[in-house]
Structures are given as C-alpha cells and as structure tokens.
Design a protein around this ligand. Sequence first.
Ligand code: GLV
Length: 327
Amino acid sequence: MSKPKILVARAVFPETIARLSQHFDVESNQADETWSKAELARRLADKVGAFTTGSDRIDAEVLAAAPHLKICANMAVGYNNFDVPAMTARGVLATNTPDVLTETTADFGFALLMATARRMTESEHYLRAGKWTKWSYDMFAGSDIHGATLGILGMGRIGQGIAKRGAHGFGMNVIYHNRSRLSAELETECKARYVSKEELLKTADHLVLVLPYSAASHHTIGAAELAQMKPTATLVNIARGGIVDDAALAAALKNQQIAAAGLDVFEGEPSVHPDLLTVPNVVLTPHIASSSVPTRLAMANLAADNLIAYLTTNKPITPLNPEVLAA
Ligand code: GLV
C-alpha cells in the first residue's frame, strides 16, 4: 500500500525527515529554497499533510489548491501564518508546538533584556572597531536589571517564565498586563502584580513583549505608547513583528525617547526597518529566541509527532482547532 503524501515546506533536521519517512511519502525542501505562495500551493496539491514553519502562509487561497490536505503542523508556538478559521472551514487540522520551547524562549528574552540594558552589542562593536583606548567613568553606562521594575505584556507560558527569572533570580519588581488576569496561585508563583496597560507603560523600567500577534495586537506599541514610557526604559520584543510599529520605535530610539530596545522579531522580517539598522541603542537578533539545539529538535519532533499521530490514529497532540476532530 502506498504511504500518504506529505510536504515538509522548509529544511529541517535530517532525523525528522527520516522519522516522517517511516510513515509517509515525504517531499521535502532540504535545499531550503524560498517558495512563493503559488509554489507552496502547487506542491500541496496532492498532499494530505504539511510540516510548516512560521514563514509558510496557509490561507484560503493555498487551501483551495490543496483539496486532500488534512493537517498542517507548524514547527512554532505562534501560528499567525495560519488562517485558522479558513482551515477549520475546510476541515484542515492546525497544530503548533507549545510548551517545548517555553523555558528556552524565556531564557533568550532575559538574555536580550540584559544585553539591551547593559549595552553589550553596542560596546562590543566599539571594541571591535578599535575605538577602545582608555577606561572612562561613564563608558557604556546602562541601566540595572536587579531591583528594577520588569513589565511584561502578555502573560502566557513564556511571559510567566520571564517573570519568574526576573522575580526569583534578579529580585525584580514584576508587573504585567494581559487580556485575562492570572490565578492568584500563578501570580504568587511568578511574584507578579496585575496592572493596567497604562500603568505598565508608565512604570516599567524594562518592558518585555510576549503576546501573540493578531489583527487586534497589530501595533500594540506605537508612537503613543512609546511616549508614555520612561526615557530610561528598555523595550524587548520576542513576540512577533507587527506588534511594535518599527518606524515609530526607530524614531523613539533616535530621539532617545526611550533608552534602548532589544528586538528578535520585525515587521516584514527578514527585512528590517532601515532606521533600526543605524540607531546604536538597539540589539537586533534574527528571530532566534527558541533556537537552542535541544529545543529546536523538540519542536521538530512535536510537529512530526502531530502529523504521525493525526494521520495514523486521528489523535493529534496539540491541536489548535479541535472542532475539526469533532466534525
Ligand atoms: C517562534 O517564533 C515560535 O512561534 O515558535
């Protein structure tokens, strides 16, 4: 009997391809070519499953070209590349990779916060450029992490991980804002106090964004919000491009309306707003918050397990639209 056909849309660990190949007839993009939407749709025409990443848009147009598709398994916790209602309408299951990346991503959020507040990359560039000729009292003086007020916008699993690191590791005063308030138990565990968005913006010394992207969260941080922040504050975005208005942020950094920013995600990435590339007080990384070897492997395995479990036993591990199963 021939195996079901699946598409792996981006290059991934060879062991993941080997695992999937035990169950499926796999077409994969191990050359990591950049496929247009039309090319992705063309390759999905005869597939029942797809292994996707956050860069592969699955919407009504793509789905219309893929009549046999039953599941798209995203190797990411975020899934704003999926039009979930369109997938549900066509009976296509969507899955993501929650939990396995929480701690690694929280580690990175904290690393980016520290690099930003303590001006680590700016000072490294200075040193590498041969400009370091003597010690001086205010050389790259930044702001403290310990004892400062850590603001978190979006208090899901990763936000909670960052809160715990800040409160328990660095004695920070943690405040947060979220669509829904955490239970009293979780607030105690995270040592975090719920505040309004306005209070968060006005009082955080360091503000970390960890909320999912949707039309509703587009430009959650724009010129008006930046204007409410302290001039000494740092802003860190490890959530998604588009949550911050990058042009407004570049202007705020240039005018020193806030002290510094650390960005792992960008509007229209992999393009980066040109002004962000020229302002010194920003640390820029190419969307790598979950990128430790064990975590990326765990994410790939979970996406593969979702495909295998759903297509062989009808029981996916982390479904996003379980109503498809009921139907
Ligand atoms: C990465 O951005 C993810 O959503 O997993």
